[in-house]
Ligand binder design. Structure first.
Ligand code: GAP
Length: 517
């Protein structure tokens, strides 16, 4: 199965099992807007809980807030979003498709990187154990040529963006013979800037109404509250403010399911530090955030860092944490050293003094900021695309093969933690199952299922990622033990009902993941 096929299947699976639906689907949907169904909402909430607790419970110098989506419009002038939150867009005249010019160029660079990878893998196969990758990359003429090509494109691209030279951005596309993925032609329009903020009006009388924006990032709600939180919480630098909330961007190219949405959710943390210490903190947070991802038990090979060549107007260092989605390595989280840009700019635009008096240094300064920013929806996609697996297994009757679809979701994030299945609908088994659920439901999301054969019920739970199923059978009625079936191995073991709480606490609680960070 190709990655493209897998991705299509995943999207269909998400709808079939109640994870994600197109928004307002009965009206044919709304482009790049999605609704979370009954299981998607559980998964999303678990991800948010994992992030929130990792920030707030594990760090005694980080506190959380919940700022409004609507903010004073001057906020977005100060932050630079009114002037500079633009994407360069280009249209192909034949396919009439619109693209982000920077994405076309980045995709082209990725293709060349793919060629380097191919050459290296070929050589690795040929030379086996004696293969020295570093030496090969530094000396192989073909690889050197490819790398030179990448360096030239990157240098031109960074210079063009720095000067906001959109003609040059177009010229890079032309010179590198980049074609439209749909029409295959190079019939491009000019490159234009497009502001991504959604506008609306506040006020009941239209002439008096003010234009306000739906926030394009949650971070500004933290910056404008810096003094409120610092003073009311008596916070001492270094300290952080965390927040989870909706953000809105009028994305030009809304693609890849919930990867790029127009309404999405962010989990952001701004860490305020002494000027001059920001790059040290930046490195600490870079490592810490990767550990958060890996503590979910996902393979290290699926992650990589990407250093920004072109820095945003507010940053002096930036890395993305990228994940290998079915459509390639893409950003899931950004870690940015934002300098004192935001606080200084809000001080200037508001006319208020926004500084911190450092009692140890006996001096006032504008704090510098290290930001970590991860998308909730991208995390949902990461978990689902990493977990979706089709396996060949023996049929229940032992005759021939069957396909088992299983979502290998980290157990602590799974929407349903335990399925409770009476073997038959009589002899007191349903009542026993009900009693177990009554005892466990305060801590764990449990699901009761009595319909169809046990094998079919297991498959249903596999398809939604339930890590454990217990079966109430004849023996249960005699000795209060149940069989517990493991999603990943399909192995079964017998255990007393009285041991279930401890068994689950160790394996499916958010704490079990927090301990691994
Ligand atoms: N405050 C910094 C900031 O917003 P960003 O790199 O633009 O930085 C941070 O966004 C994260 O938000 C991204 O890594 C991604 O996970 C998520 N994100 C951004 N735009 C998104 C979109 N259109 N749809 C879904 N998630 C998005």
């Amino acid at each position: 199965m190709t990655q493209e096929e897998l991705f299509k299947k995943l999207i269909a699976h998400c709808k079939e099992y109640g994870f994600i639906f197109p928004s307002s689907e009965i009206y044919d949907g709304l482009s790049a807007v999605y609704d979370y169904g009954q299981l998607g909402a559980e998964l999303k909430n678990n991800i948010k809980k994992y992030w929130w607790e990792s920030m707030i419970l594990l760090n005694d110098n980080i506190v959380g807030i919940d700022a409004a989506i609507f903010m004073h419009p001057r906020t977005w002038e100060a932050s630079g979003h009114v002037g500079a939150f633009n994407d360069p867009l280009i249209d192909n005249k034949d396919s009439k498709k619109r693209y982000r010019a920077d994405v076309l160029i980045e995709d082209h660079i990725q293709k060349i990187e793919g060629k380097i990878k191919k050459e290296t893998e070929k050589a690795e196969k040929k030379f086996g154990d004696s293969f020295d990758k570093e030496k090969f990359v530094a000396t192989n003429t073909r690889v050197i040529e490819y790398q030179k090509e990448i360096d030239v494109i990157k240098a031109r691209f960074v210079a063009a963006l720095d000067k906001s030279d959109l003609d040059e951005v177009r010229q890079i596309i032309i010179d590198n013979e980049i074609v439209c993925p749909v029409s295959g032609t190079r019939n491009w329009t000019e490159v234009r800037q497009f502001n991504l903020m959604f506008e609306t009006k506040m006020g009941s009388v239209s002439e008096d109404a003010n234009t306000i924006y739906l926030r394009p990032e949650t971070a500004q709600g933290i910056f404008v509250n810096f003094l409120n939180v610092q003073k009311s919480g008596r916070m001492k630098i270094p300290f952080g403010i965390a927040q989870i909330g909706k953000a809105f961007r009028n994305e030009i190219v809304a693609r890849q399911f919930i990867f790029r949405m127009r309404e999405f959710e962010q989990m952001e943390m701004q860490f305020f530090v002494r000027p001059g210490s920001e790059l040290e903190w930046f490195e600490k947070w870079r490592e810490k955030r990767l550990r958060w991802h890996l503590a979910m038990g996902i393979n290290n090979d699926k992650y990589r860092f990407h250093k920004h060549d072109k820095l945003a107007h507010y940053a002096n260092a930036a890395y993305d944490i990228e994940f290998k989605f079915p459509f390639g390595f893409k950003e899931v989280e950004g870690i940015h050293s934002r300098t004192d840009f935001d606080l200084s700019s809000h001080a200037k635009f508001s006319g208020k003094k926004i500084t911190y008096f450092d009692t140890e240094l006996n001096q006032s300064y504008t704090p510098y900021v290290v930001e970590t920013s991860v998308g909730v929806d991208r995390m949902v996609l990461l978990i689902l695309s990493n977990g979706y697996t089709e396996e060949k297994v023996k049929k229940d009757d032992g005759e021939g093969e069957d396909t088992r679809i299983v979502l290998n979701i980290p157990p602590a994030l799974a929407p349903v933690k335990l399925a409770v299945l009476p073997l038959i609908r009589k002899e007191g088994m349903p009542e026993k199952a009900e009693k177990i659920i009554q005892d466990l439901k305060f801590e764990f999301n449990c699901q009761y299922d009595e319909k169809d054969s046990i094998g079919r019920r297991y498959r249903r739970q596999d398809a939604i990622g339930t890590p454990y199923c217990i079966t109430i059978d004849h023996q249960t009625m005699q000795d209060d033990t149940v069989t517990i079936r493991h999603r990943d191995t399909m192995k079964q073991e017998r255990m007393p009902i009285s041991g279930l709480t401890e068994f689950l606490q160790k394996r499916v609680s958010i704490k079990s993941m927090l301990l691994n960070i």
